[in-house]
Design a protein. Structure first.
Length: 377
């Protein structure tokens, strides 16, 4: 379990921009955006039902399709940081006795004073900000936990209350609760097998029919795993689709924008610019497109083919401040060649990069020192 925040001041989005802001960050899963946004707006309008969580969501689908990413994007939109939520890794509670770590040992039991609850009201309150009083809690891979965890969650999902070992309680009435699961993922991929392909194009009717089948597969797997009482406490079940070529291209743009932001943030006035041509982008997409591993394979490909060679150049002092690193496919067509090329004016280059990201609907803003040309040398 983790509770983390960033040091930068949160920059929330106005209510009217919530769908747009969340949709621009969460790629290829519009149904997840449509499922979550109405519950957030109910809370913002002070119309959420009392005596239970604001919303309970079960996110199903193959790995790498964006289930955890949904929670991160929502945390960023509401609180300004994609890490501003509480995560419970249900894989840590596979044995029945391990579930006690979540709520702490009751008085009189061995280790009562040494065992502190992993979820407390103070930790839940720390997840809110001055801009949004809504906390976000994620139970990741819930199917891996012992059955006693599902029984423990019944009170949380229904009444919004968790009773701790010391007889105190935690109130979840101002919380969105997300459960992620890979239940039915194998069957989903088998159903999608004839349609999957980096260059495959399906008609709209076929896509709609396939989505309906995936939903039924996921719900069937959930009902076989969990009791009807548990399933009945879930507000929305969202089945995630494997990412298509267009979604992977947009994810690549996001990750490149994040990498450029990281460079400018970490290196300050010694920052440099990346110039990635279309052939290099196509190489990354070709190696990073994976039916089985989704967007995670693309991230690993960027790390292996781009980030690691770039780190070697930077650590050896081969990248001067305010320079441009040109990235092109190698002669063999399987790797990337990185060279420090002739450099256009630094600010103009970054402005062009920012324009390209906005054109591709990727949020990217210049850092303050990007606009300072006083120390361009």
């Amino acid at each position: 379990m983790r509770t983390t925040t960033q040091n930068r001041k949160p920059q929330p989005n106005p209510p009217g921009d919530l769908t747009k802001a969340l949709g621009s960050r969460l790629v290829g899963q519009p149904e997840a955006v449509e499922a979550v946004v109405p519950f957030v707006r109910m809370f913002q309008a002070r119309l959420a039902p009392a005596g239970r969580p604001v919303g309970v969501f079960l996110l199903l689908g193959p790995t790498g399709t964006g289930k955890t990413r949904t929670v991160e994007c929502l945390a960023e939109v509401l609180h300004g940081s994609e890490k501003h939520f509480l995560k419970v890794d249900c894989g840590e509670f596979q044995m029945e006795h391990e579930v006690a770590k979540l709520i702490g040992a009751p008085p009189g039991y061995l280790g009562h004073r040494e065992t502190q609850p992993m979820i407390t009201q103070a930790k839940l309150n720390a997840l809110t900000t001055e801009h949004c009083e809504l906390s976000i809690v994620l139970f990741d891979e819930v199917e891996k936990a012992a059955p006693s965890l599902a029984r423990l969650l019944l009170g949380v999902l229904d009444k919004g209350t968790l009773r701790l070992g010391d007889n105190s309680s935690v109130n979840f009435e101002r919380s969105l609760i997300f459960l992620t699961s890979n239940l039915g993922a194998t069957e989903m991929m088998r159903e999608l097998e004839p349609r999957f392909g980096f260059e495959a194009v399906a008609d709209r009717a076929g896509q709609s029919e396939t989505k309906g089948k995936l939903g039924k597969i996921g719900i069937g797997a959930v009902r076989r795993k969990f009791s009807p009482e548990f399933v009945n406490r879930i507000d929305r079940v969202v089945s995630y689709q494997p990412l298509d070529a267009a979604a992977l291209e947009l994810i690549l743009d996001q990750q490149l924008a994040n990498l450029q932001s990281l460079i400018t943030e970490r290196h300050g006035t010694r920052a440099f610019r990346l110039d990635l041509g279309q052939p290099a982008r196509e190489l990354l997409l070709r190696h990073g497109a994976s039916r089985r591993y989704g967007a995670r394979e693309l991230r690993r490909t960027i790390q292996r083919l781009l980030l690691q060679p770039l780190a070697v150049m930077v650590s050896e002092g081969k990248v001067p401040p305010r320079s441009t690193v040109r990235i092109r496919p190698s002669a063999c067509g399987e790797k990337l060649d990185l060279t420090v090329g002739p450099e256009p004016p630094y600010r103009a280059a970054l402005l062009e990069f920012s324009r390209q990201m906005r054109k591709r609907r990727v949020p990217y803003e210049l850092a303050p020192f990007d606009t300072d040309d006083s120390d361009a040398a």
